[in-house]
Design a protein around this ligand. Structure first.
Ligand code: DX5
Ligand code: ZN
Length: 221
């Protein structure tokens, strides 16, 4: 049986006490910690850089899933890997030489390479790279902010991608990011997602630890 992975996004956490928030989600059984890196150019928001990732890597043993929403990601790959990233995803829309960028990520030992797609970006962009990557990150909101509404139309995109991966018998996982909560988590998983990212639906709750358990139970219901 497929088992869902939950990746709480710290974008919605209290940045003044990130270490404690990470401990909470670790106790809740998080499979990855999703870290949203935004540069104010590729997306209309600014968040954190490698320095914060470095300190977080010292606080937890949960793998760090770093989602780069930045232009020219190649310039920063070395820094994010040195900081302790375990999974790195770059946006197809922000990478002029995506194949080269993916080769670079794969050259680091024990780092998984992912490609992220905005909601309006077609899956055809993946055809020549799908056999090179470890995972696809399907955005189900437009990147930049937490707390947005899940774009239901993306369920078909997830199903279609799952079909492509199955047909090609490829070892590629699907991560889905944006607007995931206990009401839609099962639908997203059944459509083909392996990993669910969730920010506001975990950190807006008084008990984020329980919110992770509830999300997992919603999928297994
Ligand atoms: C959006 C980020 C997401 C965000 C998800 O640009 O990539 O990871 O934190 O937050 P929610 O779950 O609140 O949509
Ligand atoms: Zn993200």
């Amino acid at each position: 049986m497929r088992k869902v992975k939950i990746a709480p996004s710290i974008l919605s956490a209290n940045f003044a006490r990130l270490g404690e928030e990470v401990k909470l989600i670790e106790a809740g059984g998080a499979d990855y910690i999703h870290i949203d890196v935004m540069d104010g150019h590729f997306v209309p928001n600014i968040t954190i850089g490698p320095q914060v990732v470095k300190f977080l890597s010292k606080e937890t043993t949960v793998p760090l899933d770093v989602h780069l929403m930045i232009n020219n990601p190649d310039f920063f790959l070395d820094d994010f890997v040195a900081a302790g990233s375990n999974l790195l995803s770059v946006h197809v829309e922000a990478s002029t030489h995506l194949h080269r960028t993916i080769q670079k990520i794969k050259s680091y030992p024990n780092v998984k390479a992912g490609v992220a797609l905005n909601p309006a970006t077609a899956l055809t962009n993946l055809i020549n790279i799908l056999n090179e990557i470890d995972f696809v990150l399907i955005m189900t909101v437009n990147p930049g902010f937490g707390g947005q509404e899940f774009i239901t139309q993306m369920l078909n995109k997830i199903r279609f991608l799952k079909g492509l991966i199955k047909d090609g018998n490829l070892p590629v996982e699907i991560e889905v990011d944006g607007g995931i909560n206990i009401d839609n988590a099962k639908k997203v998983f059944d459509a083909g997602a392996d990993t669910l990212v969730a920010g506001s639906s975990i950190f807006s709750k008084s008990d984020p630890k329980k919110a992770i358990v509830d999300l997992r139970n919603a999928v297994n219901a």
